[in-house]
Design a protein around this ligand. Sequence first.
Ligand code: FMN
Length: 368
Amino acid sequence: MAMETGLIVHPYMRPERTARQTFDWCVQQAVEADKIGFDSIMFSEHASQRWENIPNPELIIAAAARQTERIKFAPMAHILPHHNPAKLAIMVGWLSQILEGRYFLGVGAGAYPQSTYIHGIKNGEDTQFTNEMVRESLEIMERIWKREPFFYEGRFWNAGYPEELHGEEGDDQHMLADLSPWGGAPEIAVTGFSAKSPSMKFAGERGFRPMSIFSGLDALKTHWDTYSTAAEANGHVADRARYHVSQTVFVADTDKEAKRLVMEGPIGYCFERYLIPIWWRFGMMDGFIKDAGADRADVDLEWVVDNVFCVGSPDTVVDKINTLFEASGGWGTLQVESHDYYDDPAPWFNSLAMIQKEVAPKISLPVS
Ligand code: FMN
């Protein structure tokens, strides 16, 4: 089976973009990715970052639902400690019904401390309890989706589901709306990041779909080990075909042109000003330096483009991804990191089309 294609939209917009420009670019990408044949598109949820300015992925998903036909959507992820679980369960159920199954649900414990602070959790506090919040929130959501009567008084939230009463013939007041997800329950995905990722363990225990933010081969290997060990211990099959990994990928006709478009375009601009500092701050750069056997002093934008990204002609990108697959064991969906091509989408959409038509069909999971 060939690798599937996805987009992950954070969306890394230049700080001067308006909310309307960001919203339009996100919907435009969903429509184009659907036409090109991408399998999925995910929108992240961040309430604090100027460069990652989607606070409500569900609004973009709803807007794109009517203009797309095949592509599947996911919030990646709803940060569960930042939501009332009953409200979220109802919204997710309704949205997945609107999408008639083209929806899966990403859940997470948190990302940036500023966003967590906005939601009432102080910086510097031991935030381990946010993982407990995720478990409690999911338990509530799953019980609401079952539509059986309960009342739950939890550590963080109270919630319930009422009994459906029997009414008189011709009186519909007793009828409860069915806001459970399409098919009963959505497929759930979890993103892992740190070396000994509790998120990956949780995903494995529950048989959820795993996703890794690419931060070097060691992290990928430990993520899969953690996930598959927890999955097998709990009676789930750990299937690499369900595994999503996000990566920066850009394809053009030649290696030279692809590198120029990345270095001089929106991807280079974003990495210089935002993501290279973030990669240092969150330890991701150390993983890449180790993989390349490089020196910290060597690291600049060009080094990242040559050694970390998958950039080049279709043949070069096929080679780079196949090399990563052989070293890591591979994954089922390449989740391409989206960037701000709002002013000139053509190079970006050309790249996505080449990824779909000329790269993905040539990548298969290694036979184990
Ligand atoms: N999780 C997502 O699902 N989507 C994101 O956009 C996202 N952005 C993140 C950005 C940064 C800088 C960090 C540190 C984390 C981000 N996360 C995101 C959360 C991680 O994927 C992960 O769920 C969290 O860091 C806990 O990971 P762990 O259990 O592997 O330690």
